[in-house]
Write a protein that binds this ligand. Structure first.
Ligand SMILES: Cc1cc2nc3c(=O)[nH]c(=O)nc-3n(C[C@H](O)[C@H](O)[C@H](O)COP(=O)(O)OP(=O)(O)OC[C@H]3O[C@@H](n4cnc5c(N)ncnc54)[C@H](O)[C@@H]3O)c2cc1C
Length: 407
């Protein structure tokens, strides 16, 4: 495995949402791309994903939508419920309302379906090569290009390396020297349930969020409505640290005894739960070093309380591809720095807003009562307008604001 140094070949470490979308965006603008994935195939643990209009717009522009036919559901609202009393706190319009406002839909789907759709587009593009069992362990950048080392002992030379290797990024830690992540004390549990097995009072069409002190639960339809994806997140150090491991079902049932009965009935249904303990960077991470750049969770992993980590990876993909268009090999380091300068403010804002949502969702006592009063008193369309900065994002707008007109 090797390629000539200084040519236009781009290496991407990691074939998750960030790596696949970036490979596709770069290939479509004429670059030769090699994706290095450490697993033996592209797979995604069984779970759902919500894609706001800022993400669906990108999937549409990359030509991925046709591959998602029949796999997507479009919830008509986000229903916010009190997880203890079962009271409806507010109902935020999605469906046609959000699509009209932002010019793109709000989708919910199974992660495996999103990965498969991206992978099909990438595999059928003549400019992309995918190498599995390719575990990136080292990288060096110099004036002529990058040299990337694999755990097999092989080395590869190319024009640049994109580190899209996720939350536990080797490129971030070994190459950029970033500090280890810190456990937040919060853990997410995820399960999938056939829609037919859900209790009758559970919505099968909307995204529903149940709020309870120190915890919340989200569920929404996936597989075109055939299944329900469920995520339960608890503030609880005692749950320990596990990443994508099988969870003991009793850990959830023991923590949801005092919740509204429809929610308790729902949480008792799935046979299999998996746990993701939630981590955050100890300090800001540098994303660029010469001809090496981090994107997606490797660069800016948000907590999942805004459902935007995967969407930020899609945004990174199209902005990076736009900035690398027509770049000569000598211009690459400067283009990567521009990428970091453009993307950092937005991804920082998303990380901060996600963390803040987590606090608001899990509030107790007077803060909880104040939150519920605000939700009850504020018209839903006003609550949704607070997210215009998030869902109304376009690549053209971001590049224009950054003064990028001369590429
Ligand atoms: C509970 C929970 C719910 C979430 N819900 C949402 C949501 O609704 N909407 C949303 O947009 N986001 C959501 N997210 C966030 C989203 O899952 C992530 O932000 C997204 O998956 C990041 O994609 P990525 O490609 O950067 O990383 P990953 O998906 O982690 O992909 C990294 C890839 O790199 C590979 N890799 C790792 N190391 C190496 C190496 N050394 N060499 C080669 N390959 C390597 C891995 O095998 C993997 O394939 C959620 C996250 C959690 C935890």
């Amino acid at each position: 495995m090797s390629s000539a140094r200084g040519d236009s070949e781009i290496l991407i470490a990691g074939a998750g949402i960030a790596g696949l979308a970036t490979a596709l965006a770069l290939a479509r603008s004429g670059h030769g791309v090699t994706l290095l994935e450490k697993r033996s195939g592209v797979s995604q643990d069984g779970a759902g994903i919500q894609i706001g209009p800022n993400g669906s717009r990108i999937l549409q522009s990359l030509g991925v939508t046709a591959k998602l036919q029949g796999k997507i559901a479009q919830p008509s609202a986000i229903r916010v419920m009190d997880g203890v009393s079962g009271r409806n706190l507010t109902r935020l319009p999605l469906g046609e309302t959000i699509e009209r406002r932002h010019g793109a839909p709000y989708w919910v789907l199974h992660r495996a379906d999103l990965h498969e759709a991206l992978l099909t587009c990438v595999e059928t593009h003549p400019n992309v090569t995918i190498c599995y069992d390719a575990d990136v362990v080292a990288a060096r950048s110099d004036d002529a290009g990058v040299t990337v080392g694999l755990s097999s002992g092989e080395t590869i030379e190319a024009a640049l390396l994109v580190g899209a290797d996720g939350l536990w990024s080797t490129v971030r830690t070994r190459v950029m020297g970033a500090a280890p992540l810190v456990f937040t004390g919060k853990s997410a549990f995820r399960a999938l349930l056939p829609a037919a097995a859900a209790p009758p009072s559970i919505s099968l069409s909307d995204t529903t969020i149940w709020l309870r002190p120190q915890a919340h639960v989200v569920h929404y339809p996936v597989r075109g409505g055939d299944e329900l994806a469920i995520v339960a997140i608890f503030d609880d150090q005692a749950l320990g640290e596990t990443w994508a491991g099988d969870a003991d079902k009793t850990a959830i049932t023991a923590r949801t005894r005092h919740v509204a009965s429809p929610l308790r009935d729902l949480l008792q249904q799935p046979d299999r739960w998996r746990q993701w303990s939630l981590y955050t960077p100890a300090s800001a991470v540098t994303w660029t070093s010469g001809r090496i750049v981090l994107i997606g969770d490797a660069a800016h992993p948000p907590l999942p309380f805004l459902a935007q980590g995967g969407v930020m990876a899609l945004e990174d993909a199209v902005i990076l591809a736009a900035l690398l268009q027509n770049a000569s090999p000598a211009q690459l380091p400067e283009r990567l720095q521009r990428f970091e300068a453009i993307r950092r403010p937005r991804t920082t804002r998303v990380m901060q807003a996600s963390a803040r949502n987590g606090q608001i969702y899990h509030q107790d006592g007077w803060k909880r009562r104040a939150r519920d009063a605000v939700l009850a008193a504020t018209p839903p369309h006003i609550l949704m307008q607070r997210y215009d900065w998030l869902y109304g994002w376009t690549a053209a707008g971001e590049l224009h604001r950054a003064g990028v007109i001369d590429l």
